[in-house]
Unconditional design. Sequence first.
Length: 407
Amino acid sequence: MQSQHQGCNMELMESFFRTHSYLVEHTNSSVRRGLMDEIDWSQRLIGIKGTRGVGKTTFLLEYAKEKFGKDNRKCLYVNMNNFYFQGNGIAEFAGKFVEQGGEVLLLDQIFKQSNWSVELRKCYDLYPNLKLVFTGSSVMRLKTDYPAIRDILTFYYLRGFSFREYLNLVAGTDFQPYSLDEILNNHEHIVKKILPAVSPEKYFHDYLHHGFYPFFLEHRNFSENLLKTMNMMTEVDILLIKQIELKYLTKIKKLFYLLARNGIHSPNISQLAHQIDTSRATVMNYTKYLADARLLNMIYPYGEEFPKKPATIMMHNPNLMYAIYPIAVDEQSVMETFFVNTMWKDHIVSQGSKPQSYLIDGARKFRVCDAHAKGKIRMNTDTYYVRYNTEVGHDNQIPLWLLGFLY
């Protein structure tokens, strides 16, 4: 009986390894993501958060391919969608993997498994030579909502393509990222190195329309695909992870649409509460969930944060603007949305004191403006002017597209 049980275990693991081998072999990421080199892979429990569509599954498989190859059985990729995990725990499975010499377990869509954080803690304590890498939704608050792993977890964000990554892909270039300090202090020299190789303006508007999410590479209608992804973010990520009843889904979707339709604006919470027939507090909570899902960005004056009302709400990235309400897409709003999104990877973005202006890290003032705008903008020496519709800049005037090289 015991040998029969062992045989079943072997057969089970073989099926997982076959799937792993096939997926790794057929993974061919078009762009090597910079996060691959930012992660401290020596850590034993690593979480990778990101919104739907940014390529978390591909990222795990690329890691397996780069570090191990398709046939190295020390590493195994497993998707939590597999029905096996409806009747079996992660720790039990990890034990079988370790028995066969396994060292690195890659767990995709971890939130599909109930009690997953407790299971990961078991794995961590029981198998000291096992490394666990998992992906989860951006909605998950890993350090606050999952106390079982709080003290042992290191987590990172995988974002959509930067403009630099998009440019490297579609133009066949190989540009490296620059820090904000490098761009602010040396942008004229950096631009002189880039322009002989490529004209960024030729590609920038395409990036703003469809370049943030890697699935633009698939031969399907991008806007339809993005709309489907946005629906999944609300229907699965927000409802499932936040444990919200299905009957409230229509309110969340309507709120998202109303916020998106109004462009960059200061929200009227009372009016929104009336429009979706709920309380002001619920509107604020739903808005925060939409921001956690990377559908919206909430901008506050420096030093303020949720649960206060944000000074400004905008879409998380320009691609979403074209998908959800294309008839109201305004160039200035698109450019400000790009600026906020690209800045927010490594910096704190706060509301500025004037229209179209932002405070970065509580210290640096920025204003987003059109290089061809009629009427002169009075230039202040204490402000950086990031300008669109131009490829070059000088002094404290910087081409906006270059901030797409921050990662």
